[in-house]
Design a protein around this ligand. Structure first.
Ligand code: PMP
Length: 401
């Protein structure tokens, strides 16, 4: 009988259940403790090589103190949208500091980076406009496109010829927005921004760069646009505080009149509560540390490139990366979950990525806070699991009976 119960699909969602049943589930691990590189789990301490805490600032005493002071001064939350009762001097100060640091005219803070992308993409286009995105853009870019009335086109990852074809095919009277990630988080590769900028200028398109993973990492922290020296030609940049800035929150940076428009039109800002003061103060403290100590960015990059080299020497084939992200493609879901689990048994936590997020791979990231001994421990764990044989069945073969 055909069911109309929308909950029915929840019963048949077996992939996660299968992974749990065979002991290969890799998600929602419970972590405790405040150390940057070592986290506590119920099975013991693990070396954390799967966090976006690139500068290692989440446990920095200055960042923690700033968060604590903000709670004293502002309470735990303003419990409201910035449009109404949720705005604070902390929001506005951080907007000014971010714009100054990134060399952009103006900034607008959102509760998260995800919401920044949603708000910008959903509110700038009308029905006849076209948004053209890199196929590997972040999920929040895709979701922003889903909310936008504009027409959505995708181009092959980092393929400038394909981008040009899509731009050339836009109706002559359509507004155009191109959206790319500065750093692609599932591999660690960069967008070729100079060529992207050139094409946007040639075809009269505006360019939005999601620089979630470039901020605090490239060009002494100023990000991918600064790395390529094209900040003045990039129209809009979105950032998150949930990686190098050791907190949670997000922002868009761009021309004053566009920011002013978004302030009054971005629904993901207006209809959601403001980021709490402790988070903003933590991000602000992290930003100030980053400005004063740009060696942190170089340290994160050096640490990752050490591991990248060593994994290559072990016979892994990590994807090319110019960032703290080190991704190792593996041959399918079960081998990925199995290798993830084998590393965890040896006390090393990385992220297991499986479709539909991206093709199967382990995604590790290394921070300025990892010590040389910790990096060697991570490499040794990869060496130890190198020749283990994963099970040869697939999760679809599993049945609850
Ligand atoms: N863009 C990219 C490329 C990201 O990786 C992320 C976070 N994974 C976001 C946007 C969203 O940021 P937030 O965590 O602040 O919502």
């Amino acid at each position: 009988m055909v069911t109309t119960d929308i909950f029915e699909r929840c019963q048949s969602y077996t992939e996660a259940r299968a992974a749990q049943a065979v002991g290969l589930y890799a998600y929602f691990t419970v972590f405790e403790g405040s150390d940057t590189t070592v986290a506590r789990t119920s099975a013991g301490d693990v070396l954390m090589c799967g966090s976006n805490n690139y500068l290692g600032l989440t446990s920095d005493p200055r960042v923690r103190a700033a968060a604590q002071m903000a709670v004293e001064e502002f309470g735990s939350s303003r419990t409201g949208s910035r449009l109404l009762n949720g705005n604070t001097s902390l929001h506005e100060e951080l907007e000014r500091e971010l714009a100054d640091f990134l060399g952009m005219p103006s900034a607008l803070l959102f509760p998260t980076g995800y919401q920044a992308n949603l708000g910008v993409i959903a509110s700038l286009l009308s029905r006849d406009d076209v948004v053209i995105i890199d196929r590997e853009a972040h999920a929040s870019v895709y979701d922003g496109c889903g909310l936008s009335p504009g027409r959505v086109r995708r181009f092959a990852h980092n393929d400038m010829e394909d981008l040009e074809r899509r731009l050339a095919n836009c109706p002559s009277d359509a507004g155009r927005l191109v959206v790319v990630d500065g750093v692609y988080s599932m591999a660690g590769d960069l967008c070729p921004l100079p060529e992207t900028v050139r094409l946007c200028q040639k075809y009269g398109a505006r360019l939005l760069v999601d620089d979630a993973h470039g901020l605090g990492v490239l060009a002494e922290g100023r990000g991918t646009s600064a790395h390529f020296g094209v900040t003045e030609q990039v129209d809009l940049i979105t950032v998150t505080f949930s990686k190098s800035l050791a907190s949670i929150g997000g922002a868009v940076l761009g021309p004053k009149h566009v920011i002013e428009y978004l302030r009054h039109h971005a629904r993901s800002l207006i209809f959601s509560a403001a980021a709490p003061p402790a988070s903003l103060a933590a991000a602000q403290a992290a930003l100030r540390i980053l400005r004063a100590e740009p060696w942190l960015c170089r340290q994160a990059l050096e640490n990752a490139s050490f591991v990248h080299r060593e994994l290559g020497a072990l016979g892994y084939e990590p994807l090319p990366s110019e960032t703290p992200i080190v991704c190792v493609p593996l041959d399918g879901v079960v081998p990925t979950l199995f290798t993830w689990h084998s590393l965890l048994e040896r006390g090393v936590y990385v992220n297991a990525v499986i479709p539909p997020a991206a093709s199967s791979r382990l995604r590790a990231s290394f921070t300025a806070a990892h010590t040389p001994e910790q990096l060697k421990t991570a490499v040794a764990a990869f060496a130890a699991v190198r020749d283990l044989t994963p099970p040869d069945w697939s999760l679809e073969d599993w049945s609850p009976e």
